[in-house]
Design a protein around this ligand. Structure first.
Ligand code: ASP
Length: 330
């Protein structure tokens, strides 16, 4: 029986908690304390190789007893500031008009959320998203309004198109060949989830989106429930890859809701990929990767194609792990 069918038979979180407990407790304790769960925490999990540096920064917060929300913000900020990551923040590739536009969202343990999309000239969209969450009655600010708010909040307006990204864009303009096919090796949007020492979960996602996208295109990353979603009683999920496929299936919410219904994180991310396979013709041309974590610190990762990897920082160790994937024949 594949895991997709299996999780439907799962009897609920109570059984997961018993399993988690028995997996991490010595035999004598198991007998006395069958229902006690010792979650793996703190924990940080982030998409792609650059997730390693995000986890390092997040771990500083988590290991000092800090909040998961601060861990994910500090973590993804490192990647936003890194000009070598050409899918996020400073150094991100521009749209077809040569303009770098950024999308980001953040969600805390209370279910509060903030996001910005199509934001220009600001290096740290994740921190602007957090201000939207904490200082406005809204969830999302877009374009000029997001920039205006960021400036009012004291964020410096700066040029975030690096020389390297500009040169690549000039080269691309020679053909302007727009094929929004995700190159499996060539994108590294950062999505990050953290479970802190108190057991709270938060998440963040930030990106410059698809290279040479249409001006004004917004992907999944700043959409709460698509690029990222957390429910503190259940767990969290993040997505990366061709955002349109994630948006059409509301992927991160789907993953968290499946966990809410009793799926393990691994079963939930696999089901979210199967949903894309079932619903979206032409899915084979795109890469999608999902990560999930539940309240017990169990994690899941799955992608459409080979090539998705992620960083997991747990039990004092930060590891880069290759995700399992659906299209085994490719
Ligand atoms: N999901 C992002 C978007 O569609 C891109 C990525 O993850 O690489 O904008």
């Amino acid at each position: 029986m594949n895991s997709r069918r299996k999780f439907l038979k799962t009897t609920g979180l109570a059984s997961i908690s018993v399993l988690a407990a028995s997996a991490c407790q010595p035999a004598d304790k198991k007998k006395k304390n069958k229902r006690i769960v010792e979650p793996v925490k703190p924990l940080a999990i982030s998409t792609w190789k650059n997730g390693m540096q995000a986890n390092e920064a997040g771990w500083k917060v988590l290991s000092a007893g800090g909040r998961a929300l601060d861990a994910v913000e500090q973590g993804v900020k490192v990647v936003e500031a890194n000009p070598d990551d050409m899918s996020v923040g400073y150094g991100g590739r521009p749209d077809r008009d040569g303009i770098v536009t950024l999308d980001a969202c953040i969600m805390d343990e209370t279910g509060n959320a903030g996001s910005v999309c199509a934001l220009e000239n600001i290096k740290h969209p994740i921190s602007v998203a957090r201000r939207v969450m904490e200082k406005t009655p809204h969830v999302m600010l877009a374009g000029d309004g997001a920039l205006q708010f960021a400036i009012e909040e004291g964020f410096p307006k700066e040029n975030i198109l690096t020389e390297k990204a500009r040169k690549q864009y000039v080269e691309w303009r020679k053909t302007s060949d727009y094929k929004p096919v995700i190159n499996i090796e060539n994108h590294d949007t950062i999505g990050m989830l953290a479970l802190d020492q108190t057991g709270n979960i938060s998440g963040a996602c930030t990106t410059s989106g698809l290279a040479y996208k249409m001006h004004g295109r917004v992907g999944d990353s700043p959409i709460i429930g698509a690029g990222m979603y957390c429910d503190n009683e259940v767990g969290g999920a993040v997505a990366t890859g061709m955002g349109e496929l994630v948006m059409k299936t509301l992927g991160s919410f789907l993953v968290v809701e499946l966990m809410n219904q009793g799926a393990t994180p691994q079963e939930a991310v696999e089901e979210a990929i199967y949903r894309i396979v079932k619903k979206i013709p032409g899915y084979q041309d795109f890469q999608i990767g999902y990560l999930a974590v539940n309240k017990y610190g169990e994690t899941g990762a799955y992608s459409l194609h080979k090539g998705f990897n992620y960083a997991l920082y747990a039990n004092q160790e930060n590891k880069l792990i290759d995700s399992d994937y659906y299209l085994k024949q490719k």
